[in-house]
Design a binder for this molecule. Structure first.
Ligand SMILES: [Zn+2]
Length: 392
């Protein structure tokens, strides 16, 4: 769309919105006032500097663009993170505000700076304390790694997003939001999401991972080298972990779609399993189980990710030295390979082979459901159908 046309479309939309909301429309003098007095606001998009984001900000940007004075707008007017203050910011604000009226779920998010990200990461005491010696060693590729060494290492991996990465992720979230709006999905999303950039060296090179209810860590190499559609897929996958952690009922209902139930409490695994459990920041609890057929017998089992061999040299590949196993609920000393369960793939479905935990399997399915709906052909379409129906 030509810029002049975009300015006129946005201005018309904004003025209609102002009238709809019975807000006094801006006049010429207001605009001058906005430009002269607008100070830098901590709120993104707050172009008129009044401490809140509303349609007057879109109006201020649109009118500044029309008058050729957009360079006088404060830096926070760059709502879509593309490094420029222009009519596209007014359009993005207008779309966001319109979504608040019409959408059942609004994704709010921000980017953590490096300093902020380090602080947020290091506050995850429970996760750091859960890491066993083997997890510390594999993560730092060093024997006898101490918890303190690892914490320092983990903090050092946090980075600042570049302008182009922020603009790309803004588009990613906008497109996810469009899918949510278009399909009328309702997600139990309460918190503002925080994107944090990392090298992910402390998490075995993961593309993305989550902590707490709203921290989404994305690896620099992943967002620098992947296409937008793949990044979208991973962001929705990570969003699932945030929702699953913050809403136990949602988690329980979603796990059901891949045959898993949630126990009242977590199992007390014997030391040989506990010490070798491969830590995964996306999996906070090991309380889910499903029934599989092992040696012709139906057995309720936990699905866990286990380190098979202790760390010995930096060349040891974590992925090759770990695997998914089944542990029967009624005998925690037994472990079975996935291939020992004759109906493993019938139970969890065949849409993804990322099955290091039930949480990961359902997160992938959730991502397919949100982004593709039921129109794509799946090997296990009923899982996608159930998720879509649940979210409507
Ligand atoms: Zn995950």
């Amino acid at each position: 769309m030509k810029i002049k046309k975009l300015i006129s479309v946005v201005t018309t939309f904004v003025l209609t919105f102002l009238i709809f909301c019975e807000i006094k429309p801006l006049n010429k003098n207001d605009t001058v006032n906005i430009i002269v007095t607008a100070s830098e606001s901590a709120i993104r998009g707050d172009a008129d500097g009044n401490g809140k984001l509303n349609i007057r900000d879109a109006a201020a940007i649109a009118i500044s663009c029309a008058k050729g004075t957009k360079d006088k707008l404060p830096a926070c007017a760059d709502y879509n993170y593309d490094g420029a203050r222009n009519i596209r910011d007014a359009a993005a604000i207008a779309i966001n505000l319109a979504g608040r009226y019409s959408s059942k779920t609004q994704i709010n998010f921000r980017f953590a700076s490096k300093t902020d990200g380090i602080k947020l990461k290091l506050e995850n005491e429970a996760y750091f304390n859960s890491l066993t010696q083997q997890n510390l060693n594999y993560r730092m590729k060093q024997e006898n790694t101490t918890a303190e060494q690892f914490r320092k290492f983990a903090g050092e991996q946090i980075l600042d997003f570049s302008t182009s990465q922020k603009a790309l992720l803004f588009e990613v979230v906008s497109e996810i939001q469009r899918e949510i709006n278009k399909n009328g999905y309702e997600l139990p999303l309460k918190d503002e999401l925080i994107f944090i950039k990392t090298t992910a060296k402390d998490e075995i090179g993961a593309a993305g991972y989550t902590l707490k209810n709203n921290q989404i860590y994305l690896s620099n190499s992943f967002i620098s080298n992947s296409g937008k559609n793949f990044i979208k897929r991973v962001v929705v996958h990570e969003l699932f972990h945030c929702l699953s952690r913050s809403d136990p009922k949602f988690r329980k209902d979603m796990y059901k779609f891949i045959g898993f139930s949630i126990a009242d409490k977590e199992p007390e695994f014997p030391a040989e399993i506990k010490d070798m459990l491969a830590a995964n920041p996306d999996v906070e609890k090991y309380d889910s189980y499903a029934t599989f057929t092992i040696n012709g017998k139906k057995r309720a089992c936990y699905l866990i990710w286990l380190i098979n061999k202790p760390f010995s040299t930096p060349a040891d590949d974590f992925q090759l030295r770990s695997s998914s196993v089944l542990v029967p609920v009624d005998n925690l000393t037994e472990t079975y390979n996935l291939s020992d369960a004759s109906d493993f793939w019938e139970v969890v479905g065949k849409n993804t082979d990322y099955v290091i935990a039930a949480e990961e399997c359902i997160a992938d399915n959730f991502s397919f459901a949100i982004l593709d709906g039921t129109k794509t052909k799946y090997e296990s379409p009923e899982i996608i159908k159930n998720i879509v129906a649940y979210l409507k």
